[in-house]
Design a protein around this ligand. Structure first.
Ligand code: GAF
Length: 349
């Protein structure tokens, strides 16, 4: 069954350099595009069937546009095609072929990249169409409303708009961003901890709920913009209070990190990464002992800074490492943590 021309679209994975769980609390984030990415080939079918094949799965998934999400790998594709239909980019289902090098469950936005690539492919079926920012907003709707993941907007904006060699300083409240050059002397090295996780497993939502409780208490959606005094003096339960302290200090660290990159002050950038990890570990409580050990080793072995990246509870760390030292550093790190593996590294041009 066919219903139109075949189109392809790409989206890269992203690593967040700093600014975790600030993107649904009115704050800043600093993601960067990775080399790992995916390509989607879309052929409209003219009926309501969604047929997805992927290099990561032996058997194709055959679903229908009317299907609810079922918590499996093809959900982002079904959700994206439903969204493409409601945006008028496509009429009916499609055959999708996915070729991806982004490891799933690693905090590198494999799901957002898949949704954005499907939406970009659907946009390519006709002339003009929505902007990349509109596609990012639509991709978040797929995660929030179809897949039931209460995520912010960082991943979708990063995979839709980030460009190689730069970090994206994104104000998630205003959806305004600037591109910050990455250092040429250092690499942002992405290492998988060996622990996979899913944003749908409930722990991300639990943190979001604690932030929501703090939002109700303070009467604002912008926890990141509260003052330290207001938070410290609040008569609020321990968990929401600590989550808020993380968000507002993390937001300040993003500003510090952007200024440090602009000034090519790598030491200050690394210090902000290290402080961010401590805050994620102790205040947001989104790390794990294995990840803390990996981050500690990364710094002990010579990284200027290192931290967990992404939604937490597993996935990857990112470390800022002098290019001249990277090879030895990596060899020693992986020898000490055999369950870890190298994924990618990004730097300035
Ligand atoms: C995940 C979410 F999808 C993002 O919106 C963001 O909240 C991130 O976790 C934590 O910073 O990637």
């Amino acid at each position: 069954m066919t219903g139109g021309p075949t189109v392809t679209a790409r989206a890269q994975g992203r690593v967040n350099l700093i600014g975790e769980h600030t993107d649904y609390n009115g704050g800043m984030v600093l993601p960067a595009a990775l080399a790992v990415g995916l390509e989607v080939t879309l052929s409209p079918r003219g009926d309501s069937v969604v047929a997805v094949s992927s290099n990561n799965y032996d058997a194709p998934a055959i679903r229908d546009l009317a299907d609810d999400a079922v918590g499996e790998w093809a959900d982002p594709c079904v959700g994206a095609l439903r969204e493409a239909n409601s945006m008028g980019l496509l009429d009916g289902g499609a055959a999708l072929d996915v070729a991806s090098t982004i490891p799933e469950g690693s905090g590198l936005s494999s799901s957002a990249a898949l949704i954005v690539a499907v939406l970009k492919a659907a946009r390519a079926l006709g002339p003009g169409g929505p902007s990349d920012i509109d596609l990012a907003i639509a991709a978040r709707r797929v995660e929030n409303d179809y897949m039931g993941v209460p995520c912010g907007i960082m991943d979708q904006m990063a995979v839709a708009l980030a460009s190689p060699g730069t970090a994206m300083a994104l104000d998630t409240k205003k959806l305004e961003y600037g591109l910050v050059p990455l250092p040429q002397t250092h690499e942002m090295v992405v290492i998988h901890s060996g622990v996979t996780r899913k944003l749908t497993d409930g722990r991300y939502a639990a943190r979001k709920n604690e932030c929501d409780a703090a939002k109700r208490y303070f009467g604002t959606n912008d926890l990141c913009l509260l003052s330290l005094e207001a938070v410290e003096s609040a008569d609020l339960e321990d968990a929401p209070k600590r989550r808020t302290l993380h968000c507002m200090t993390e937001n300040a660290r993003v500003h510090t990190a952007i200024a440090a990159l602009d000034a090519n002050d790598i030491a200050s950038f690394g210090a902000a990464m290290n402080e961010s990890h401590i805050s994620m570990r102790d205040l947001f409580e989104m790390s794990l002992p294995d990840i803390d050990a990996l981050v500690d080793s990364a710094v002990q072995l010579g990284a200027v800074g290192a931290r967990l990246t992404g939604g937490g509870f597993g996935g990857c760390i990112v470390a800022c490492v002098d290019k001249a030292e990277r090879e030895n550093w990596l060899e020693e790190l992986l020898a000490k943590h055999p369950q870890a593996r190298f994924i990618d590294a990004v730097s300035g041009a």
